[in-house]
Design a protein around this ligand. Structure first.
Ligand SMILES: Cc1ncc(COP(=O)(O)O)c(C=O)c1O
Length: 390
C-alpha cells in the first residue's frame, strides 16, 4: 500500500481478528502465531483480563491527563514493579527504544553527579555489545550492532561503543572510571539471534561497573516479563542491574515502555531531567496492570517454564531429525533455531502452512509465541517446522 512509508517489508495476508494464539486473515484462514507481534502479545489475542481492563478504563473516560497531574493507574503500576524488583522508582516511556534512550540519560546524570565519586564531565560513554539490539533512535542505534541499520544514518550519537562480550582486554579499555557512564546488555539477546549471556559474563560486567562507577543497564525489552519463565530475566542470572528497561508485552500491545531504576540513581535525578507527554497515562497503565497481574502469577510463570522445557525438548528432537538445523537454544518461551542457511524461505514456507514465525538475523528462526500457548499448540507448530525444514 503506497500510502504507508515503505520501511517494512510486510508480507502475507491482511489480518482482521485474533483469538487465543491464532490470527485470522481476511479470507478466514487461521494462523498459529509463534511471533506474537514480536514478543508483545504475551497473553495472546482477546484475553479477558485485557478486555476487561480496557472497557473499565474507557468507562472512566480518562485516556490521558499528561504528567502534570496525578492518576492512580500509573502510580499503582510503578508500585507493582518496585515491589517485585530491585527498583526504587520507575519512569514510563512509550517504547523500548525510548526506555533505553532514557536510561542512558539517567546514567549520565547519576554517574557524574557533583557529589558522587566521579564528578567528571567527560564521564558520559555507553558501552554495548556485539549482537546487541537496543532500538532505532540515534543513541540506541549507536548501541545496536547492525551495520545495515546504522550506516545510512551516521553520524550516530557520540560516545557509544560496541565491544565483544568475551574479550577481557577490550572490556578493560572500554569500561573506565573516567569515561564510562553506562553498560547496556540484553541478558538474552533477541534480534542478535536468541543468545543467553552466561551468568559469569554478566557478573563480570557487574564487577566492572561497580569498579568504574558506571550504571549496569539490563535491556529486558524482549526477554523480560515472563518470557524466559521468571518475571524478569535477571532473576535467573544472580546479577542485579542498576536499571532495567521493559516494553513489548508491558501493556498488552498498547505502546508502553518502562525504566526500572535503583535507589542511588533515583536519588540523583531532579524534577525536569526527563519527560514524555504520553508516558504512563491512565489508559495504558490500567491495561499494563491487568497484564502484569496475570503474567506475574507464580502459577503462570511456572507454566511458562514447564512449556519452555517441553518446547526445548521438541526442538532438540527437531535438530536431531533435520540436518539443516545447526543449533537450537533458548529459555522459557524464547527460542532460536540456527540453520546452516538463510531462514527467509522457511519463514515463508511455514506461513504457507499457516504457522507464523520470524527471524532473528539471517540464519536464525525465532520462536516467541504468546505465553498462554498450550502444549498441544507447541506440538502443532513444531510439527509444521519439521515438515518445512525437511
Ligand atoms: C532488546 C530490545 N531492546 C529494544 C528494542 C526496541 O524497542 P522498540 O521497538 O519498542 O523501540 C527491541 C525491539 O525489538 C528489543 O528487542
Amino acid at each position: 500500500v503506497e500510502a504507508l512509508l515503505p520501511v517494512y517489508a510486510r508480507v502475507g495476508p491482511r489480518f482482521v481478528a485474533g483469538e487465543g494464539c491464532e490470527l485470522v486473515a481476511e479470507d478466514g484462514t487461521r494462523y498459529l502465531d509463534f511471533v506474537a507481534g514480536i514478543a508483545v502479545n504475551a497473553l495472546g489475542y482477546g484475553h479477558p483480563a485485557i478486555r476487561r481492563a480496557m472497557i473499565e478504563a474507557l468507562e472512566w473516560g480518562l485516556i490521558h491527563t499528561s504528567n502534570l497531574y496525578r492518576t492512580e493507574p500509573g502510580e499503582r503500576l510503578a508500585e507493582w514493579l518496585v515491589e517485585r524488583s530491585f527498583a526504587a522508582s520507575v519512569f514510563f516511556s512509550n517504547s523500548g527504544g525510548e526506555a533505553n534512550e532514557g536510561a542512558f540519560k539517567l546514567a549520565r546524570r547519576w554517574a557524574r553527579r557533583p557529589d558522587g565519586p566521579h564528578a567528571n564531565p567527560g564521564k558520559y560513554e555507553v558501552v554495548a555489545f556485539r549482537g546487541s539490539f537496543h532500538g532505532r533512535l540515534f543513541a540506541t542505534l549507536a548501541a545496536t550492532d547492525r551495520a545495515a541499520y546504522r550506516e545510512p544514518f551516521e553520524p550516530l550519537a557520540p560516545g557509544i561503543q560496541i565491544v565483544p562480550l568475551n574479550d577481557a582486554s577490550a572490556l578493560d579499555s572500554a569500561i573506565t572510571p573516567e569515561r564510562t557512564a553506562a553498560v547496556i546488555v540484553e541478558p538474552v539477546q533477541g534480534e542478535g539471534g536468541v543468545r543467553a549471556v552466561a551468568p559469569e559474563v554478566l557478573s563480570d560486567l557487574r564487577d566492572r561497573c561497580d569498579r568504574a562507577g558506571a550504571a549496569l543497564i539490563f535491556d529486558e525489552v524482549q526477554c523480560g516479563l515472563g518470557r524466559t519463565g521468571s518475571l524478569f530475566a535477571y532473576e535467573q542470572t544472580g546479577v542485579v542491574p542498576d536499571m532495567l528497561t521493559l516494553a513489548k508485552p508491558l501493556a498488552g500491545g498498547l505502546p508502553m515502555g518502562a525504566i526500572l531504576i535503583n535507589e542511588s540513581i533515583s536519588a540523583a535525578i531532579k524534577s525536569g531531567d526527563h519527560a514524555t507527554t504520553f508516558g504512563g497515562g491512565p489508559f495504558v497503565a490500567s491495561v499494563a496492570l491487568a497484564v502484569l497481574e496475570t503474567l506475574g502469577q507464580p502459577e503462570f510463570l511456572a507454566a511458562v517454564r514447564h512449556k519452555g522445557e517441553r518446547l526445548g525438548k521438541l526442538l532438540r528432537d527437531l535438530k536431531a531429525a533435520r540436518p539443516r538445523v545447526r543449533e537450537v537454544r533458548g529459555r522459557g518461551l524464547m527460542w532460536g533455531i540456527e540453520l546452516n542457511e538463510p531462514v527467509a524461505p522457511f519463514v515463508e514456507a511455514a506461513r504457507n502452512k499457516n504457522l507464523l514465525i520470524c527471524s532473528a538475523g539471517p540464519t536464525v528462526i525465532r520462536l516467541v509465541p504468546p505465553l498462554v500457548i498450550t502444549e498441544t499448540e507447541l506440538e502443532r507448530g513444531v510439527g509444521v517446522l519439521r515438515e518445512v525444514l525437511a
